[in-house]
Ligand binder design. Structure first.
Ligand code: NAD
Ligand code: TYD
Length: 351
């Protein structure tokens, strides 16, 4: 019998890499990609696997519980890798309810459907929740998030992801559901929607537009090449211990302003522009409300137990990312028209 995996959010940034990896690497699995195709979801991202015999797309919104239950009853999935979410902190500040509906209720609908169909027969089943390090809150200048760090989310986005994680854990403790959670730091790479810092900066440099850096640019993020995350997800799905949490990070902490300056220099080299030209586009703008100061991850557990560690150095990953965006100018053009323009104007007008 084939192994059927439901991947949610497969048309989004991380999801398309996860879907492509599982479709290609495991031809014996049937991969079902469920996605509502919001502004962040784009089937174009999966054009190279859409005709694979083990790939199936389901256009569905996780907020619609009746349809989610019906889907589970029809396909009786063996595994779930749950990535679908509203994922942008700034949008969560503008519209927190959308994050409750998709991230909290959407996750609970999936859990409900899985339990209804699986009953108490969990043999060979697993429910994998892909989450973020932002649930742990904000660090000062020192220290790292471990799997034991208490949850202390501070933005509507991280609060909604934390809430979803709590429900996943509650299903494990209450109903014995075979769950796993991973909490990962900031990803970057091809197909990331240009509302997020790295592709936004690349796009603005390309068009010689101002580069908005929030506050004084001293906030620190840890950056992970998206395909290193996919490798971790594969290992966790197959070998992770049920009921456990794994932290995933890039060992690549940078202040935002340093990251932006590095991107400016790499872009100037790549585009043959005079050194320093792009740095002159940097503008320090009004800070994000409640802006978390620093995220950093202790990856010793996943390294010790699953043999995973990040492989791609940040400068190499950034070069590849820049190359991808420059080689895919039409993709960038298409996703930055329409809704993106309105969002950009609304969000950055008064900063
Ligand atoms: P994304 O915003 O690029 O993609 C999200 C996808 O979910 C889109 O395809 C969208 O259409 C789909 N979606 C949204 N609402 C939906 C709904 N109601 N029903 C069905 N589908 C819906 O997000 P991403 O950056 O790829 O993140 C994927 C997951 O990984 C999220 O759960 C996020 O919290 C987590 N994560 C992201 C990062 C990061 O740096 N991007 C880091 C750690 C964890
Ligand atoms: P982002 O990519 O939105 O990810 P997250 O908030 O989930 O970490 O932002 C990364 C960092 O960059 C964060 O500290 C906020 C900052 N930032 C800016 O300075 N300017 C911007 O225009 C954006 C979108 C983010």
């Amino acid at each position: 019998m084939s192994h059927k995996i439901l991947i949610t959010g497969g048309a989004g940034f991380i999801g398309n890499h996860v879907v492509r990896h599982f479709v290609r690497r495991y031809p014996q699995y049937e991969i079902y990609n469920l996605d509502a195709l919001t502004y962040a979801g784009n089937l174009e991202n999966l054009a190279d696997v859409e005709n694979a015999p083990n790939y199936h797309f389901i256009h569905m919104d996780l907020r619609d519980m009746a349809r989610v239950v019906e889907l589970f009853e029809t396909h009786r999935f063996d595994g779930v890798i749950h990535l679908a979410a509203e994922s942008h902190v700034d949008r969560s500040i503008e519209d927190p309810l959308a994050f409750v509906h998709t991230n909290v209720l959407g996750t609970v609908h999936l859990l409900y459907a899985a339990r209804k169909v699986w009953g108490d027969d969990y043999e060979g089943k697993r429910f994998y929740q892909v989450s973020t390090d932002e649930v742990y809150g904000s660090l000062g200048e020192t220290g790292y998030f471990t799997e034991e760090t208490p949850y202390a989310p501070r933005s509507p986005y991280s609060a909604s992801k934390a809430s979803a994680d709590h429900f996943v854990r509650a299903y494990h403790h209450t109903y014995g559901m075979p769950v796993i959670i991973s909490n990962c730091s900031n990803n970057y790479g091809p197909y990331q929607f240009p509302e997020k810092l790295i592709p936004l900066v690349i796009n603005n440099i390309l068009h010689r537009r101002e580069i908005p850096v929030y506050g004084d640019g001293s906030n620190v993020r840890d950056w992970l090449w998206v395909l290193d995350h996919v490798d971790a997800i594969d290992r966790i799905y197959h070998h992770g211990v049920l009921g456990e949490t794994y932290n995933i990070g890039g060992n690549a902490e940078m202040k935002n302003v340093e990251l932006v300056q590095l991107l400016c220099d790499l872009m100037d080299q790549r585009l043959g522009r005079p050194a320093g030209e792009s740095r002159s586009l940097i503008r320090f703008v009004k800070d994000r409300p409640g802006h978390d100061k620093r995220y950093a991850i202790d990856i010793s557990k996943i390294k010790r137990e699953l043999g995973w560690q990040p492989r791609t150095p940040i400068d190499e990953g950034l070069r590849r990312t820049i190359d991808w965006y420059l080689d895919n100018a039409e993709w960038l053009q298409r996703v930055t028209s329409g809704e993106y323009r309105e969002y950009y104007e609304r969000h950055y007008a008064h900063r």
